[in-house]
Ligand binder design. Structure first.
Ligand code: ADE
Ligand code: ZN
Length: 350
């Protein structure tokens, strides 16, 4: 890998913002800004229990994952038509381009919508069309990952997979999200085995609030290729070795961890520890509309709070491309662009 010389601290935020990156952990329903929630509520005649955008924003004071999920699922209730899903994804993709995201792998939660009577094809077709249009109109590469809600049953996950079956060419993989503690990965062993047979990529949230044991079972039972969050891995030395040796990427979300009180003080975040242990960590926004920032805000705030360096920045961006489910040719191309941005940064040295 490119040997990264030091960069003065004053120049680091600009470099973090300008470097090309992939975003591998973004829930599209978590990109729904309060303004868009209100606009869609009005367009669709959906009543909201908040009088204004400001009142809704004031409700974003979370104490843990569940306190967030309750509000997040309520926010998604304004999404009814294909155009709503399109508009939501298009807004995210435009925002991602501004943050120099070259490639995004976007999570969506079909059960949140099918439970309200919205057909799964409405969800997938709207999101997929937004990804296709963004590729040609905005120059960003974007793919979709269908997430099963782990607080629901195995049967519901299987039913969702069956509904999605005719649309599988529009998604690259499946994930597992929602309330973690009390819903271990094993609950979905058979669903993930079936998805594997179907040739889908596999990821799962594990070790966000839950114990290292959930990360072990996501790897060994579900056979996932990446772990979403995974920050609790530091409590298990053997697990850290396994993650490093197998180059299992962790999609870390610093501002989410701060807002959901995993690390109430961003200065205590363990991203640096994960990198120092040789893990393939990446930086992502999770639910940017709820946690106070898109991907560049996550980079700049965690770097400022924990004193990470330009070398760490290069490693994180490189990891994000390497851990993506994009083609090898695309990965090499983005990694080349990353190196060029860093080289240009040194050309301007005084
Ligand atoms: N769904 C949206 N954001 C999530 C998170 N941080 N953890 C689990 N499920 C989620
Ligand atoms: Zn998440």
């Amino acid at each position: 890998m490119f040997k990264v010389p030091p960069v003065p601290a004053s120049r680091l935020p600009a470099l973090l913002r300008a470097m090309p990156k992939a975003e591998l952990h973004i829930h599209i329903e978590g990109s729904l800004e309060p303004e868009l929630i209100f606009a869609l509520a009005q367009r669709n005649g959906v009543p909201l229990p908040y009088a204004s955008v400001e009142e809704l924003r004031r409700a974003y004071a979370f104490t843990n994952l569940q306190s967030f999920l309750d509000i997040y699922y309520a926010g998604a209730s304004v999404l009814l038509h294909e155009q709503d899903f399109y508009d939501m994804a298009r807004a995210y993709l435009a925002r991602a381009v501004a943050d120099h995201v070259a490639h995004a792998e976007i999570f969506f939660d079909p059960q949140t919508h099918t439970a309200r009577g919205v057909p799964i094809e409405t969800v997938i077709n709207g999101l997929h069309r937004a990804c296709e249009d963004a590729r040609t109109e905005l120059g960003i590469s974007a793919t979709l990952i269908l997430c099963f809600l782990r607080h629901l049953s195995e049967e519901s996950a299987f039913e969702t997979l069956e509904q999605a079956q005719p649309l599988l060419d529009k998604i690259v993989g499946v994930g597992l999200d929602s309330s973690e503690v009390g819903h271990p990965p094993e609950k979905f062993a058979r669903v993930f085995a079936r998805c594997r047979e179907l040739g889908l990529h596999l990821v799962a949230h594990a070790g966000e609030e839950g114990p290292p044991a959930y990360i072990w079972s996501a790897l060994d039972v579900l056979k996932v290729e990446r772990i979403d969050h995974g920050v609790q891995a530091v409590h298990d030395a053997l697990l850290m070795q396994r993650l490093a040796q197998d180059r299992i990427a962790l999609t870390v979300c610093p501002l989410s961890n701060q807002k959901l009180q995993v690390f109430p003080n961003l200065a205590d975040h363990n991203l640096g520890k994960l990198l120092d242990a040789g893990l393939a960590a990446t930086v992502n926004s999770d639910d940017p509309a709820y946690f106070g920032g898109y991907i560049n805000e996550n980079f700049t705030q965690v770097f400022a709070a924990t004193g990470l360096t330009a070398r760490n920045a290069y490693q994180l961006a490189w990891n994000s491309f390497e851990a993506s489910f994009a083609s090898s040719a695309d990965k090499r191309n983005w990694e080349h662009q990353l190196k060029e941005v860093f080289e240009r940064c040194y050309e301007h040295d005084d």
